[in-house]
Ligand binder design. Sequence first.
Ligand code: BGC
Ligand code: BGC
Length: 619
Amino acid sequence: MTSLIPGNKNISSGSYISMIPILRVAITAFVLVLISCQGDAGQSASRTDSAGVEKQVDQLLSQMTLAEKIGQMTQVDRRYLKSDSDITNYFLGSVLSGGGSSPAVNAPSSWVEMVDEFQSYALRTRLRIPLLYGIDAVHGNNNVKGAVIFPQNIGMGCTRDSALVEKAARVTAEEVAGTGINWTFAPCIAVARNIRWGRTYESFGETPGLQVTMAGAEVKGFQGENLSDQSLVLACAKHFVGDGGTAEGKDQGNTVCDEATLREIHLPGYLEAIRDGVGSIMVSYSSWNGLKMSANKYLLTDVLKNEMGFKGFLVSDWAALDQLQGDYSNQIETAVNAGIDMVMVPDNYKRFISTLTALVDDGKVPVSRIDDAVRRILRVKFLKGLFEHPYSDSSLTGKVGSQAHRQVARQCVRESLVLLRNENKVLPLGKNLKRIVVAGKNADDLGNQCGGWTISWQGSSGDITTGTTILQGIKETVSPETDVVYSSDGSGAAGADAGIVVVGETPYAEGAGDRSDLSLSKEDMTTIENVKRAGIPVVVVLVSGRPMIVNEALADCDAFVAAWLPGTEGEGVADVLFGDYKPTGKLSHSWPRDMKQIPINYGDPNYDPLFPYGFGLTY
Ligand code: BGC
Ligand code: BGC
């Protein structure tokens, strides 16, 4: 058995909500089982053996100086490394690429070279402790040009297909490992409760049940059955906890609720991720009842580590400590004592290291806390087999962006689409129509259909990477005789046999996507009306990171499809529009009638959405 999985996995995940009251007892039992198993595992020192790994960790830890230990707890973005040799000099435990933090030439082979080079500096240290290199591979290995980009989680939630989520994560893991990277900051298992939130699309949906269904599947896709030297990459469930529950959907805001509600809505996904051996968890920027999560010792240490039996390590969010009360020294003291094991500094590491060192020297952060943090980090590094295989596996590099991988993403796209309206059975469209007008700003824009966290942090419009736009997908699907005409504003549609109008949002990430108005833009409405005026059947495809206010658009069209943020494989949209695949997607969010109805969630009293959670038509 492995040391990160606390015991029996045979409890059905569907019963979490009703299970909450007995959770504490159950978890305690798991931990006891774990401890007793460790006791008789003694002989073998194989990496996947708990006792063996614990011995290795203790041995290494006993040789480490304070500087070496604090180095392990330090994570720096590559953009802020003064020189590569600082990895050696400061014993850094981890380097990351934040959104858009790519090598000068953004190609898989340059990533491999860069990460292996950083690794070589870690291996020049006295104890040769390898680096973890982290990246946000949240819908494919999305910082890397040419990597396949999957639908964002909101669409994956609509598939209700956990096996597919696992398959997609496996493909992503191959593309991450293929670029030399060994750690992804995923899955995001936020439960987005207010679609005004700019990170709604990073969540599988509004119910804890969806996170429960998908969390473990994604972890298994990344790490395999458990964290071992067979794991392609280390997973990181985020953001613990309550990130999706903030008041007014404000990013990094305050989640106000009692503990029972927090446990019922926001915790179940973590139980599942831990049960499937997730090696790391990222702590949320947000607060719970006014206290920043990075300062919440009760939830980080008492609940997550002690009660839930999490044996991996906790990483802070990007510069999250800087948001705590007091000066920098107070901030570090609070966060490390609360239970954060690795700090995503991410910039001034010299200052972080000297400040934490002084805190230990002054007895404000106990050495026992430092040892616990480093033990957790080393445990994960040993389990992952990093000491034996610190460098990249070049056999995977050629698979980045492969056709086989793109086929998996295309399957995800077609399963994620939700058909909301289909008057007079306008869909599926015939492949032999004489003339089809395709209109709208999102019809032929790869960047828009990928959304945020694609090549750059915020994402951007245009030809940002390799892929197929929805327009190109349509052209490749219809008969060669069909005339597919693109008209960005929908003018000149008269005489066509059908119009497909692709509208919605343009890319954003995190707080930049917080909105108080989710109406379709004037430009989008004009485009739809221009096509409608031609008197032809109108199909609206909405490309967006969340439900929008679409009453007028619905009234103007014959068919309406929510395509979310599908990623690079635009043919997946055409597969559904032209009937090669009958729609199966079910809403992962309640669809509001107007802004006043938000927040609206399944199970609310007087629940009266435009389309309920779980809604989805088919042909
Ligand atoms: C985000 C995290 C992300 C980290 C590193 C933060 O701003 O909240 O989700 O993993 O940056 O890019
Ligand atoms: C980074 C992101 C990070 C963000 C936080 C950006 O510069 O690239 O990864 O999440 O800063 O503010």
